[in-house]
Write a protein that binds this ligand. Structure first.
Ligand code: MLC
Ligand code: AMP
Length: 508
């Protein structure tokens, strides 16, 4: 019987030579494909010994490390559900995720181990392990007592491989359930479409708790048996040093803005590069053209989201069309896309409307949330993305706006409602509106506009200080303004467009 477990697919593409390098860090630390297979086998043994069974959740909030990648593969091997969390989340945020996911095992950074023990106990987590950025911690010490478990759990394609939390316009974050088939189909489509060839070397500077760094980048490399330069984070010096030794890089637009901001970045440094991919946020047309002027290469922009992995891509091969600034290209192989009005009726080509999609990449629903799931799918199975787009006569798509109230800052999503709820709870605050303003580095910067009670002393610094332990740093407003009243329309709805116009240009 064939096994739809994603690990089986990935492992079938590992190089025959176990000594082939998988990950290499800038400090020279190497993980070979053989280490990946044996290390993930040992971790799978540890997970099983900890009582993890197929379908159990494993929540992981750790810094980027080769061991963290092995842990992801170990979860796949066991048939467990891998749940990575942004390392910036505070323990207040963690409490919600752990309570919602109810994992069997929680893996966290060593310095928060004590803090998270309490949260784990409250939510009945059986075992808490630590893993540091340097690849040490109680998870690694516990491997001493394990064997390499070669077993790969038998999975159906529809079994859930991972849950990635994504915030919503209203309420708390929802866990998008991604199946082995969702991830495998997307990986295979991208690996083919982006022309991966033997010898490709991936420059990896993204975090590994989101779709982009974890699935898009790593799955392509694994399917290709490639070597990956594995950077702890985007660091301009290291990226400039490693570009001549790489062939592919994937990044959020901020990466490209930062590269262009450095005069050392030129054609010769990128000569060896076969492909630069951008996504997770809109790539400005000026970044696209400046990049082409500087390097002679056109960035390939693609579009995706947590619930569906990658959805569209500009062509890789010019025989299939040009890479065009401001367009996210065509639906991937097997993906259907249509542009609809609010009622789900397809609009004539060229008219803006909400993008709806269907395909093997699209998730099956939100974890234990059938109501939210039902709201975001049409009866015929199309998923409503919440992105406003236009489709040309030939099917080429451009994202022209967002129906959802969402800010994307440096590729991280920030939902204003979550920030407003926290600000409104601060003593002396009447109400607030959180908006995204064009930011030269992050694309959009978070700004809070606050109405305070008459006669109460509340300053911007008080707002920031109050949010500190409540919200991850990237969600906190970069600027806070006080106003007497928020602008409202006749229905009483806050007019964020007017606020965005008022504060436009704030970040230069
Ligand atoms: C860091 N900070 C941010 C931020 N990242 N603030 C707003 N937005 C961000 N994205 C904070 C830091 O805590 C710091 O605070 C200050 O801003 C400056 O930090 P920095 O040193 O300049 O930031 P850096 O560490 O270099 O990180 C910037 C970044 C990083 C852009 C490299 O945010 C990043 O790697 N983003 C990628 C996100 C991503 O992978 N998205 C994919 C989602 S998947 P202070 O005050 O302490 O100095 C998805 C689907 C799809 O969307 O289509 O792919
Ligand atoms: P996330 O929920 O983090 O997966 O973010 C997904 C959202 O990022 C999408 O719904 C889009 O709004 C946005 N996005 C991703 N790629 C692009 C892109 N190339 N252009 C514009 N928006 C994008």
């Amino acid at each position: 019987m064939s096994n739809a477990n994603l690990y089986a697919l990935l492992a079938s593409k590992f190089p025959a030579d176990e000594k082939a390098v998988f990950l290499e860090s800038p400090d020279g630390k190497v993980m070979r494909y053989g280490d990946l297979a044996s290390g993930s086998g040992r971790m799978a043994d540890l997970l099983r010994a900890s009582g993890v069974e197929p379908g159990d959740r494993v929540v992981v909030q750790v810094e980027k490390s080769a061991e963290a990648v092995a842990l992801y593969l170990a979860c796949l091997r066991v048939g467990a559900i891998y749940i990575p969390l942004n390392t910036a989340y505070t323990s207040a945020e963690l409490d919600y995720f752990v309570g919602d996911a109810k994992p069997r095992v929680l893996v966290c950074a060593s310095h928060v181990l004590n803090e998270l023990q309490g949260i784990a106990e409250t939510h009945g987590v059986a075992r808490v392990l630590s893993l540091g950025a340097d690849g040490t911690g109680s998870l690694m010490s516990a491997l001493v007592d394990t064997v390499v478990d070669d077993n790969v759990a038998q999975c159906a394609g529809s079994d859930i491989a991972a849950i990635l939390y994504t915030s919503g316009t209203t309420g708390r974050s929802k866990g998008a359930m991604l199946s082995h088939d969702n991830l495998a189909s997307n990986a295979v489509a991208l690996h083919k479409m982006w022309g991966f060839v033997p010898g490709d070397v991936l420059l990896h500077a993204l975090p590994i708790y989101h779709v982009h760094g974890l699935f898009v980048a790593l799955h392509c490399a694994l399917l290709n048996g490639s070597k990956v330069w594995f950077l702890p984070k985007f660091d301009i010096e290291t990226v400039l040093a490693l570009l001549p030794k790489s062939t592919v890089m994937m990044g959020v637009p901020t990466f490209y803005v930062r590269l262009l901001g450095d005069q050392r970045f030129d054609r010769s440094l990128s000569e060896h590069m076969r492909l630069f991919v951008a996504g997770s946020a809109p790539l400005l047309a000026e970044t696209f053209s400046e990049f082409e002027d500087r390097t002679g290469q056109r960035i390939l922009e693609r579009y995706g989201m947590t619930e569906a992995g990658m959805i569209t891509s500009n062509p890789y091969n010019s025989d299939n069309g040009a890479r065009i600034a401001g367009s996210v290209g065509y639906p991937l192989h097997g993906v259907e896309a249509r542009v609809c009005d609010d009622g789900g009726v397809e609009l004539p080509r060229g008219e803006p409307g909400t993008l709806e999609i269907k395909g093997p990449n699209v998730f099956s629903g939100y974890w234990q949330n059938p109501e939210k799931t039902a709201l975001e799918f049409r009866d015929d199975g199309f998923f409503i993305t919440g992105d406003v787009s236009k489709m040309d006569e030939d099917g080429r798509i451009s994202i022209v706006g967002r129906a959802k109230d969402l800010i994307i800052s440096g590729g991280f999503n920030v939902y204003p409602k979550e920030i407003e709820t926290e600000i409104d709870e601060i003593e002396g605050v009447v109400e607030s509106a959180v908006i995204g303003i064009a930011h030269p580095d992050f694309g959009e910067g978070v700004v809070a506009v606050v109405v305070k009670q008459a006669g109460v002393m509340v300053e911007a610094a008080d707002i920031i200080a109050a949010l500190k332990g409540r919200l991850a740093k990237f969600k906190q407003p970069k600027k806070v303004f006080f106003v007497d009243n928020l602008p409202r329309n006749t229905m009483g709805k806050v007019q964020k467009k007017a606020l965005r116009e008022e504060y436009a240009g704030l970040f230069g």
